[in-house]
Design a binder for this molecule. Structure first.
Ligand code: TXA
Ligand code: MG
Length: 316
């Protein structure tokens, strides 16, 4: 299949409305979209990515008011969170309604809903006839794509169209909050921190983001993620390790480790998030034998970074 690269949201939406897969930019990471009402199209998302079919997809809407197209019931906590953070880097999990295909929700009675803030994404979503089911636009297990070139590297020939945009400004996936119970539960960290969520809702938010052997609340949390090909070695600023391999990468807030030839020095947590996944890809292309990553402090988006880094390292 030939993959069309376009700058036109209208051209991209026309492909999606015909039942084709279309990758599109958002401020978190690029998404791989299909019409959420089209089972055949949704099932090709899983094939194109090599994604396990028990891992549900987030549904993307062009405007917060469209949440009721897929949600069965919008709980008071969800209402507060959507008022405060939609459009933006937040996904709320709600009870789904009957229009949502079980393929999208992987058989769960719930649905993840996100309204991105990205201008071109919203224009594209507005032109799509129905909400758009979309995971991150990468091969399963690989780092999420934060630029269209990486989407093309992973998926060209397997999908119909890539709607081009600039590099995703945030660089890590949305914060996910389960709002189906009496109290909201944090399922995945992102640019919106647990403290931000507590301030918006006025209640304590339980944290279910840790990997456990029990059934995770968010199916995707049980899979290893985000890994470059080389081994990922994490270190704290105060205890830098000795670098052994000849060709090593290092992403850091302070000076990069001596002996690393592929480096990315970040001046803030936001910059670290913006660069992380693209840096992993750069390490792959450069044939890095190891990738050293300084663990950032766990404040703000630092919690999301620590989560992604620990998953990339396979919790070593
Ligand atoms: O920023 C993002 O969220 C990006 C952009 C494209 O919107 N999307 C994204 O999708 O990261 P994906 O599929 O890579 O990650 C979605 C995560 C998975 O871990 C999945 O298990 C979880 O969301 N999820 C989806 N629906 C869920 C549900 N109903 N209940 C619990 N977890 C759910
Ligand atoms: Mg993903």
């Amino acid at each position: 299949m030939q993959t069309v690269l376009t700058d036109s949201p209208a051209e991209a939406a026309a492909f999606l409305n015909q039942g084709e897969l279309v990758a599109f930019p958002t401020e978190t990471v690029y998404g791989l979209g299909a019409d959420c009402r089209n089972d055949a199209a949704v099932s090709t998302i899983f094939t194109a990515k090599g994604r396990p079919s028990d891992n549900p997809l987030i549904v993307h809407i062009s405007d917060p008011s469209r949440a009721s197209l897929v949600a069965g019931d919008i709980s008071p906590s969800a209402q507060l969170l959507m008022q405060r953070f939609f459009p933006g880097p937040l996904t709320v999990v709600l009870k789904k309604n009957d229009t949502v295909s079980p393929l999208v929700s992987a058989g769960l009675p719930t649905i993840g809903i996100r309204c991105p803030a990205h201008h071109r994404a919203r224009e594209f979503l507005r032109l799509c006839h129905h909400p758009v089911a979309a995971p991150s636009a990468n091969i399963s297990g690989r780092p999420s794509s934060t630029d269209w070139q990486t989407v093309s590297h992973d998926l060209a020939g397997k999908i119909r169209c890539i709607l081009k945009g600039e590099q995703s400004s945030i660089g890590v996936e949305s914060t996910i909050v389960d709002c189906t119970g009496s109290k909201p539960v944090l399922l995945r960290t992102g640019a919106i921190s647990r403290l931000d969520l507590e301030n918006a809702t006025g209640c304590m938010i339980a944290d279910a983001t840790r990997m456990t052997d029990e059934q995770p609340k968010s199916p995707g949390q049980k899979y290893q993620h985000y890994a470059p090909q080389a081994e990922v070695i994490l270190y704290e600023h105060d205890t830098p390790p000795a670098v052994i391999p000849l060709k090593a990468g290092c992403i850091s807030l302070g000076d990069p480790l001596p002996g690393c030839s592929i480096t990315c020095r970040c001046h803030s947590l936001e910059e670290y998030a913006h660069h992380l996944f693209r840096f992993f890809r750069r390490c792959d292309i450069s044939g890095a034998k190891a990738v050293y990553c300084e663990l950032p402090p766990a404040s703000g988006i630092g919690s999301a970074l620590r989560d992604r880094l620990q998953r990339a390292a396979g919790h070593r």
